[in-house]
Ligand binder design. Structure first.
Ligand SMILES: NC(=O)c1ccc[n+]([C@@H]2O[C@H](COP(=O)([O-])OP(=O)(O)OC[C@H]3O[C@@H](n4cnc5c(N)ncnc54)[C@H](O)[C@@H]3O)[C@@H](O)[C@H]2O)c1
Length: 276
């Protein structure tokens, strides 16, 4: 049921590739809640993905932008303000890519050119986006920027490879830029740390299925589905969370605060032949 929580608000959604993308679900929820959006993705993703279907459904324009290019980002912001008729109230950064993960290069034998690309695409892009927004004065006061992250920023999950460093850097950028943007324009910047989710980026992580199952059994509420992540993004874009900034917000069914759960103990006992 929609509550029109974003009536009158305008923004940009990065990263909708196909219907499994967290950004796809978020775009649908934002529009359902009365928000107006521009969709964007990297030019190559626009050719491969199905974003035009979403654009039609959301009555949104699509503007290509490689999030590592400040020229592309400035063009995107200027055009979005033109299309939406003014400054923006929210932006979703839902971007992640590691060439080392894609090529299954082990963390301990990393390719440093790839590593730099991982950091540029998955972390520095948030800084570039925020800096471009500030330069163009593209965000309204109390505007809200949300970037998606994963708990591998705090704890080691070996299959996550160099994306762990990228997420740690990105969360730090959200805090640092959130400080400056808060004082300068009352704009807030937060990261949402989401449960493992079956998407193109998610399933690229080695051992994803076992990992997904483990997290589900460890979390008192189970893994958070992407539809719920979309709802959390809507809440963070709304005026109901006006005083929240510079936070890393876990949206993970309780995983991050659980040491071990009974279902995991029972699974281990069963594997050791001790189960009933
Ligand atoms: N799926 C999970 O398990 C999970 C868990 C926690 C956090 N996240 C994060 O959620 C976000 C969205 O990922 P997703 O799971 O929806 O997967 P996804 O593959 O659907 O989305 C990733 C998006 O990043 C875009 N992208 C890659 N390079 C880009 C570039 N240079 N410029 C602009 N866009 C670019 C891709 O085109 C794609 O749309 C990512 O930041 C991801 O790390 C995912």
């Amino acid at each position: 049921m929609a509550h029109k929580m974003l009536e009158g608000k305008k923004g940009i959604i990065f990263g909708a590739l196909d219907e499994r993308s967290i950004a796809w679900q978020t775009a649908q929820k934002v529009v359902e809640e009365g928000g107006q959006i521009v969709l964007t993705n990297a030019p190559i993703a626009l050719r491969m993905g199905k974003i035009n279907e979403l654009a039609k459904e959301c009555n949104a324009e699509v503007i290509p932008a490689d999030a590592t290019s400040t020229d592309d980002l400035e063009n995107l912001l200027n055009k979005s303000m033109e299309i939406l008729g003014g400054k923006l109230d929210f932006v979703l950064h839902s971007i992640g890519m590691s060439p080392n993960v894609r090529k299954t290069i082990p963390y301990t034998d990393t390719n440093y050119d790839n590593f730099m690309k991982t950091l540029d695409i998955s972390a520095l892009s948030l800084h570039k986006l925020l800096q471009s927004c500030m330069k163009l004065d593209a965000l309204n006061e109390w505007g809200s920027v949300v970037a998606l992250t994963y708990i591998a920023a705090q704890r080691t999950f070996p299959g996550y490879n160099d994306m762990a460093e990228a997420k740690a850097l990105m969360e730090s950028i959200a805090r640092s830029f959130g400080y400056h943007y808060g004082f300068a324009k009352k704009v807030r910047v937060n990261t949402i740390s989401q449960s493992p989710t079956v998407t193109t980026a998610g399933s690229g992580v080695s051992g994803f299925d076992a990992f997904f199952d483990y997290a589900d059994k460890m979390s008192p509420l189970g893994n958070a589905p992407s539809e719920d992540c979309a709802k959390y993004c809507v809440a963070m874009f709304s005026d109901y969370t006006r005083m929240v900034t510079m936070q890393n917000l876990f949206h993970d069914g309780g995983f991050s605060s659980t040491g071990v759960s009974q279902p995991i103990v029972e699974k281990m006992e069963l594997a050791a032949g001790k189960g009933s």
